[in-house]
Design a protein around this ligand. Structure first.
Ligand SMILES: [Fe+2]
Length: 302
């Protein structure tokens, strides 16, 4: 994606209201490949509605984030979307810097018919994405994204969002907004609707809330992806090394690009970490990773 796709209009929305839905970010083939892998992870809308496999459905009858599959996934197609060039381009554009890192990658499903009550209070996400409070200038700002894997409408649980100008006077430490005290903001919320392949981007200081599906026998699938600037150690959610012993990580490494690995904190080609010894060791750890880009830049260390 270049700047003509995320034009000035969307960037202005990001800077002023704090969120927008960007259409057509994920190319159709990449979207279809990811959608094809979803039934391995989640019941389909029909399977859930008919309760074909009650034991499998059980975790999805709770609203807990603890059951959400996390990157690296067994699905190469889902991994590819979390670190898709179009997603990285988009994050760089909104954050105003190319020095960024992935800090969250999860996939979720929501259902109608017998699902839990997904209705949330309006809240800001920063409370569990940073140790401090958000700053909204380049080098400090983080970006949260929902990559829509199914069409998302007001009836299929589009996140409800309140634009920043309406909430700018709320004290920053107030991360949850009570229904009675902020009834005007609940009345002003907008559904972040968009077709599959579009991406909701929002700042962690934007008040929003999850809702239930009102459509019958429906499901909503999306990837939760977040990026932060390099060096902002107070921002985070997941740890990649903690997953690096697993089969999914080792499968991911077979196809990973230099750009994708850099987003995960893997030392870039030319980084001072690389020596003859570490190069040989990493090549032995990941026999199918093509180390050529790292080997080629051994003479140009930073
Ligand atoms: Fe949230």
């Amino acid at each position: 994606m270049d700047q003509t796709v995320v034009g000035d209009e969307l960037k202005d929305l990001w800077d002023t209201v704090g969120w927008c839905v960007v259409d057509g970010v994920i190319p159709p083939d990449d979207l279809a490949a990811a959608q094809q892998d979803l039934p391995d992870l989640f019941p389909t809308a029909q399977e859930f509605a008919e309760d074909k496999d009650p034991e499998r459905n059980l975790p999805f009858r709770t609203a807990s984030d603890a059951v959400l599959p996390r990157f690296p996934f067994a699905s190469a197609a889902l991994n590819h979307l979390v670190l898709h060039d179009a997603i990285i381009d988009l994050a760089e554009r909104f954050l105003g810097t190319a020095d960024i890192r992935l800090y969250q990658g999860m996939v979720s499903a929501k259902y109608s018919n017998g699902a839990p009550d997904y209705e949330q209070l309006l809240h800001a996400d920063y409370a569990n994405h940073t140790l401090v409070v958000p700053r909204s200038d380049p080098g400090y700002q983080q970006i949260e994204m929902f990559i829509y894997l199914s069409d998302v409408t007001a009836e299929t649980a589009a996140t409800r969002i309140v634009s920043r100008p309406l909430t700018q006077d709320i004290p920053v430490e107030r991360t949850y907004l009570a229904l009675d005290e902020y009834a005007d903001l609940y009345a002003a919320e907008e559904p972040a609707s968009g077709p599959a392949g579009s991406v909701l981007v929002y700042r962690p200081d934007v008040y929003h809330r999850g809702t239930r599906l009102t459509a019958k026998e429906a499901a909503r699938y999306l990837l939760h992806v977040a990026y932060k600037p390099l060096g902002a150690d107070w921002l985070g959610y997941q740890s990649w090394p903690a997953a690096a012993e697993g089969l999914a990580w080792n499968r991911f490494m077979k196809r990973a690009t230099v750009r994708q690995l850099t987003m995960l904190g893997f030392p870039e080609p030319g980084h001072r970490y690389w020596t003859e010894e570490t190069l040989a060791g990493v090549a032995a750890r990941y026999p199918l990773l093509d180390m050529t880009p790292w080997r080629d830049q051994m003479g140009q260390r930073r």
